[in-house]
Design a protein. Structure first.
Length: 158
């Protein structure tokens, strides 16, 4: 892996490809935070508001996501595409660098480590290594049924 930006992109794509996205914003942001923590990267898990401009109106959604050096990292935004099929094209698969022009975030509060569900170091290291090595992950949209077939992060809590 050449740099942190590439790693974060791969980590988001790995999470979206392997773990259930639906209703997993808080646990996904904790998972990404804990992966970063093992690598000494300060990828804060936060609660806030996601604003999406749809047909000239800004819609807002309570949401959990991550920040790294003032950039938004959001591996669970696609859950809104699964819910709102008529505007699914407004929601990217994930966000790891640049925000689309029609999307904004407002941070309300940090999700402190002591308030997060904890994952084993073994699992986190496995995911970090697989995300770093992943070269064949496809950035493809998926259906709610396909999402339901993926592993649920709640089942991986130690």
């Amino acid at each position: 892996m050449e740099n942190t930006s590439d790693f974060l992109n791969n980590l988001c794509l790995y999470c979206v490809s392997n773990y259930e996205v639906m209703n997993s914003a808080r646990i996904m942001s904790s998972f990404i935070y804990q992966c970063g923590r093992l690598l000494n990267l300060d990828i804060m898990a936060v609660e806030g508001i996601l604003y999406v401009e749809i047909n000239g109106y800004k819609r807002q959604y309570a949401h959990c996501f991550n920040t790294y050096k003032s950039n938004i990292i959001d591996a669970s935004i696609y859950q809104y595409a699964l819910i709102y099929k008529n505007v699914e094209n407004k929601f990217p698969l994930y966000i790891s660098e640049k925000l689309p022009i029609h999307i904004e975030y407002k941070i309300s509060d940090e999700i402190k480590y002591m308030n997060q569900v904890k994952f084993s170091k073994h699992l986190l290291n496995k995911v970090i290594n697989e995300a770093k090595a992943a070269t064949n992950l496809k950035k493809e949209r998926f259906s709610l049924m396909e999402d339901n077939k993926k592993e649920n992060l709640f089942q991986l809590i130690r």
